[in-house]
Design a protein around this ligand. Structure first.
Ligand code: 5GP
Ligand code: MN
Length: 346
């Protein structure tokens, strides 16, 4: 497997660093998804097998459909009352590991805790525009998932024999989610080869799909039904479709964290639509997810107008304006992009 992001010198330095047992504090971005959490837990289990002491600390809760990942019950989820305990872990560790983000603010509440110590760091990520550099830096914008980088790293360390079905299922969860089940253009030959290897070592890939995708609560499905029937707005002349979701509506459907994950893709699945969004009222902010097909870079759109960023075809942002105001702003911006939207090949 070719590994452009895995530099031999860096691997050597990391091997050297890990030649004695180390305490490692691993974290990932706020609201971790399967790639963030899967990468963290896959790395943690790998490090443990090598004789190290990893601790996974999440900036916030993660969705219930991830509550089968290996050792997820050992993850320390940040809450105010755990500040001292987490501080202690970070202060006494030998290495911090940053997974699936490379902008410190994405750690949210954990940012001050991690950023106030000066420790060697391991960074594995595939998001554009990194603003932090790991001592051991493994970053590749072309990678489909951070989990793919975890696999690459284990391979480069010469440790593929340590891979077991539990490390494998954590990696697979990240890959399957971040490739949209092997659908997005980032789904390279390498991604399929890794999946093939994981099948060989006994990772139950089909079961993982069911756990992640066929794990709806009735409330989530009813909320989706409501959004599709009442809240979908389609602008065929702009090849754009979007939803808005107020706090009241989320409450009405007893929406839980993570429930709206993936809804934006329904807007993008409409024939001829190339730009989709969902606007959600969240904790006094309007949180936005953008998705696109082809050459319409939603990360640039999110960065230019909504303090956000992400990948070319999947990005997000936020606005401090109300839901209505944010929708209005969005609608006022679209005509400027009309020409570009019309030329996108779907
Ligand atoms: P989602 O729409 O699933 O929340 O996020 C999709 C992608 O957009 C994420 O993987 C992340 O890279 C990026 N993203 C989402 N929200 C933000 C944000 O507020 N700021 C930045 N810089 N990126 C975001
Ligand atoms: Mn990712």
């Amino acid at each position: 497997l070719e590994s452009p992001s895995i530099q031999t010198d860096t691997v050597k330095a990391l091997q050297e660093f890990l030649s004695a047992p180390k305490k490692v504090a691993i974290t990932m971005h706020h609201n971790p998804d399967a790639d963030a959490l899967g990468s963290a837990l896959g790395l943690a289990r790998y490090l443990k097998k090598k004789g190290h002491q990893p601790t996974v600390i999440s900036p916030s809760v993660y969705p219930a459909f991830l509550e089968w990942l290996p050792q997820e019950n050992e993850v320390i989820v940040f809450e105010e009352s755990k500040t001292e305990e987490i501080k202690q872990i970070i202060d006494s560790c030998d290495l911090v590991a940053y997974l699936d983000f490379s902008v410190p603010s994405r750690m949210e509440a954990l940012e001050p805790l991690f950023c106030s110590v000066d420790k060697p760091s391991l960074l594995l990520d595939h998001h554009i525009a990194p603003s932090m550099k790991g001592t051991f830096h493994f970053w590749d914008q072309e990678a489909a998932a951070t989990a793919q980088l975890v696999y690459r790293l284990i391979a480069a360390m010469g440790d593929l024999p340590l891979l077991d079905p539990h490390i494998g299922e954590a990696i697979y969860a990240g890959i399957v989610t971040d490739t949209g089940s092997f659908k997005y253009p980032s789904t390279s030959r390498e991604v399929h080869e890794i999946a093939g290897h994981l099948i060989d070592i006994g990772v139950p890939t089909s079961t993982i799909h069911y756990r992640i995708y066929d794990n709806n609560s009735e409330n989530r499905l009813r909320l989706l039904g409501y959004l599709l029937s009442e809240k979908l707005r389609v602008l065929p002349e702009l090849r754009t479709a979007y939803f808005t979701l107020s706090a009241e509506e989320q409450e009405r459907f007893s929406s839980e964290k993570g429930d709206t994950e993936g809804f934006v893709n329904y807007a993008l699945s409409i024939r001829n639509i190339v730009f989709a969004a969902i606007f959600m009222e969240k904790e006094g902010k309007t949180k936005i997810s953008f998705r696109s097909i082809g050459d319409f870079p939603v990360n640039e759109f999110a960065q230019a107008h909504f303090n956000g960023g992400g990948h070319k075809n999947a990005a997000g942002g936020a606005s401090y304006a109300s839901l209505e105001e944010t929708e209005k702003l969005f609608l006022s911006l679209l005509p400027k992009y009309k020409e570009q939207l019309l030329t996108v090949k779907r």
